[in-house]
Write a protein that binds this ligand. Structure first.
Ligand code: SF4
Length: 314
């Protein structure tokens, strides 16, 4: 890799609740000697589809967002479900999983001591919150038997460069590969399954990963599986090539819209029920606020390779 090449990030424990940076159109990135237009992860793509202004605040301004108990619960639970498969199959029990909760929490605290601030006067108490992590894991065992599974990959970083030179990248929670070579992509959510009308939105992230895997491994994943621990439900979908080509076209169109917003500076707010969870309402014109001036562009290589930005993905 050249010095300008984007480094493949290693996901750290706290990074479950964060996402990869996005390179914007004005930037220049080089991946293995190829100039790329920019990069997108499923979460950033989802941000723009939900609210272009939210995308701007997270990706262009990179405004900090406070850690939320729900997001950090997701981090802890994902860490435990990752570590669980390091144990011998017969030891992957609910008790052993519960025993991994506090070490996972302590690891997060060590890396980001500020997350402790979410507990206390207005936040939850630590003890009940840790118990809620254990409840998510109990729900997991009702949906899958990890003693009968041996994942091929966990927390797998994936990326692919489309013909248009748009880089797609992200982390897959778990990849299962059958002896026949069939691939199952698994994602854990600590929240509840969406109503049927919103399933397509939930599956978009999975189709994104399926597209990347198809492009890199030459195999269309046989199954996309979203495991919702909050409601004890599993959403499954078998994609085909037409699905993934449609996903690719959608991502290209999305990127074109991002480029247009970047060039025009017109990042429109999209007021919706999601605003109730938005950390930026005070500076959102849809709620009477005023956006800050757009930041000066950073040197491209720095933007392409620096740290991860906070986000709740669960
Ligand atoms: S408050 Fe709502 S409209 Fe405003 S930036 Fe956040 S999500 Fe978008």
């Amino acid at each position: 890799m050249s010095s300008e090449t984007v480094q493949q990030p290693a996901r750290q424990p706290l990074d479950r609740a964060v996402d990869l940076p996005v390179a914007l159109p004005a930037d220049r990135m080089v991946v293995d000697g190829v100039d790329v237009l920019g990069s997108l992860s499923p979460s950033r793509a989802s941000d723009f589809m939900s609210c272009p202004l939210l995308f701007r605040y997270r990706t262009v301004d990179r405004l900090p967002e406070p850690a939320s108990p729900d997001a950090v619960r997701g981090t802890v639970v994902h860490k435990v479900l990752e570590d669980l498969f390091d144990l011998p199959a017969q030891d992957r029990t609910p008790d052993r999983a519960a025993g991994l909760v506090v070490p996972a929490w302590e690891q997060i605290l060590e890396q980001a001591p500020e997350v402790a601030e979410m507990f206390g006067e207005e936040g939850p108490e630590l003890g009940p919150w840790l118990a809620s992590c254990e409840r998510s894991l109990t729900a997991y065992f009702a949906l899958e038997d990890p003693t009968r599974l041996q994942p091929a990959e966990r927390e797998l970083y994936v990326e692919t460069l489309l013909d248009s030179k748009l880089l797609l990248r992200g982390f897959v929670d778990r990849l299962d590969v059958a002896p026949t070579g069939e691939i199952r992509v698994v994602d854990y959510k600590t929240g509840k399954a969406p109503p049927e009308a919103f399933e397509a939105k939930a599956l978009f992230q999975m189709k994104f990963y399926a597209l990347v895997i198809w492009r890199t491994r030459g195999v269309v994943p046989r199954m996309l599986q979203l495991i919702y621990l909050g409601s004890g439900e599993v959403l499954r979908y078998s994609p085909d090539e037409h699905d993934l080509l449609a996903t690719e076209r959608k991502l290209e169109a999305l990127w074109a819209a991002i480029v247009q917003a970047q060039e025009s500076g017109d990042w429109r707010p999209n007021r919706s029920p999601m605003c109730d969870w938005c950390a930026h309402r005070a500076i959102c014109p849809a709620w009477g606020g005023t956006p800050p001036p757009l930041p000066d562009p950073e040197p491209p290589v720095q933007q392409a390779t620096d740290g991860l930005t906070p986000e709740d993905v669960d």
